[in-house]
Design a protein around this ligand. Structure first.
Ligand code: NAD
Ligand code: ZN
Ligand code: ZN
Length: 368
């Protein structure tokens, strides 16, 4: 079938919205008609050419939500009409990692996904004879996509897709950092560095876990206001004195849990140093630039602080995303506040520009 899609033709150049061909689903695959797709920093990072593992041409996009249109042979967990959220981090439920509750890094399709292929080593996207690789296994800046069954979370159709698409990446990364990685305990103190979608998710997750105090640090007052909306009890503008200020606010000890959601290695170091002596746990969610290193004075570890990290908030997506959709429908999680602008696919390059200017939290494509 012909679909409209935003193609990355050359690094550093605007995406080009055009018609491309999408083949139908093969065994174990599903054709999804997209209803919404968030625009994330990772898309912009790849488009810029800064990501050493990036490739072109490809159809970007990984924060999709839509409706199943057709299923390939052997697909049993999904049927036409089902509402789904796309997962760049799949869950096969069979590999050694899926069977462990210690990680969400499913091993089933990693290698082919990293090469821009579907699990059988081929692609469904093309332009005549020219194959177009898929991005993060999702390629959701498009009217439709074909993805493996194991990379789709089936969600309650009562939830608007242009809101729950935030759970495809950033929101789950932050919420999961609090709920599934740090496993925040009730009555504790948390400190979150960065209040983009990931940091705001961490604030919301800490609140859902019952934290008594949630300190949020960002450089932007508007973002801090958002953080207070999601449950932050104390907020301040970050800078070199951030650790000192958190120590002052916690009787000199530091926070029980700290979260880093900026991608800046200097802030990661602050998050380690702001964690409580004895048992403080620092969870790193930000992605640092190529070659950058996190500096930590080992004494911080000997005196009982720990550092953790995870991709996609440690969430096993097919299990966790539907649960988080349920929390949203029950009114425990305000996903709507994350969506600040809705646009057409043709405006995707404007969304990148808005992101550069730090405007809003998430722009979502809703017209394809
Ligand atoms: N681990 C994963 O699977 C995963 C998934 C999505 C995003 N990420 C990463 O998480 C990070 C955050 O993503 P996002 O979408 O929320 O980004 P964002 O740019 O929207 O938010 C980052 C926030 O950090 C703030 N900030 C910058 N410098 C700061 C400082 N010195 N002190 C305090 N705050 C500071 C900015 O003002 C901004 O509000 C990025 O590095 C992104 O690549 C990781
Ligand atoms: Zn993302
Ligand atoms: Zn697996």
């Amino acid at each position: 079938m012909q679909i409209r899609a935003a193609v990355l033709e050359d690094f550093g150049k605007p995406l080009v919205v055009q018609d491309v061909e999408l083949d139908g689903p093969k065994a174990g695959e599903v054709l999804v008609r997209l209803a919404a797709c968030g625009v994330c920093h990772t898309d912009m990072y790849t488009a810029s050419g800064a990501d050493p593992s990036g490739y072109a041409p490809t159809v970007l996009g990984h924060e999709g939500a839509g409706v199943v249109e057709a299923v390939g042979e052997g697909v049993t967990s999904l049927a036409p009409g089902d509402h789904v959220v796309t997962l760049f981090s799949p869950q096969c439920r069979e590999c050694v990692h899926c069977r462990s509750d210690k990680t969400n890094l499913c091993l089933a399709i990693r290698e082919e996904q990293n090469k821009g292929h579907l699990p059988d080593g081929t692609t469904r996207l093309h332009r005549g004879d020219e194959r177009i690789r898929s991005f993060m296994g999702t390629s959701t800046f498009a009217e439709a996509t074909v993805m493996p069954e194991i990379a789709l979370a089936k969600v309650d159709p009562a939830a608007p897709l242009d809101v729950v698409c935030s759970l495809a990446c950033g929101a789950t990364t932050g919420i999961g950092a609090a709920l599934y990685v740090a496993k925040v305990e009730p009555g504790t103190t948390c400190a979150v560095f960065g209040a983009g979608l990931v940091g705001l998710g961490a604030v919301a997750g800490a609140r859902m876990a019952g934290a008594a105090r949630i300190i949020c640090v960002d450089l932007d007052e508007g973002r801090l206001e958002q953080a207070r909306h999601h449950g932050a009890t104390d907020t301040f503008i970050g800078g070199p004195d951030a650790v000192e200020r958190i120590l002052e606010m916690t009787g000199g000890f530091g926070a029980d849990y700290t979260f880093e959601a900026t991608g800046n290695v200097k802030v990661m170091r602050q998050a380690v140093e702001a964690a409580r002596m004895g048992w403080g746990l620092c969870t790193v969610a930000g992605v640092a630039g190529k070659g950058e290193v996190l500096e930590v004075v080992p004494r911080y570890l000997i005196t009982g602080r720990r550092i953790a990290g995870a991709s996609f908030g440690g969430a096993k997506g097919r299990d966790r995303v539907p649960e988080l959709v349920r929390s949203y429908l029950d009114g425990d999680l305000d996903l709507e506040a994350f969506v600040t602008r809705r646009i057409a696919l043709d405006e995707v390059n404007d969304a990148f520009a808005a992101m550069d200017r730090h405007e809003g939290v998430r722009t979502v494509i809703t017209r394809f």
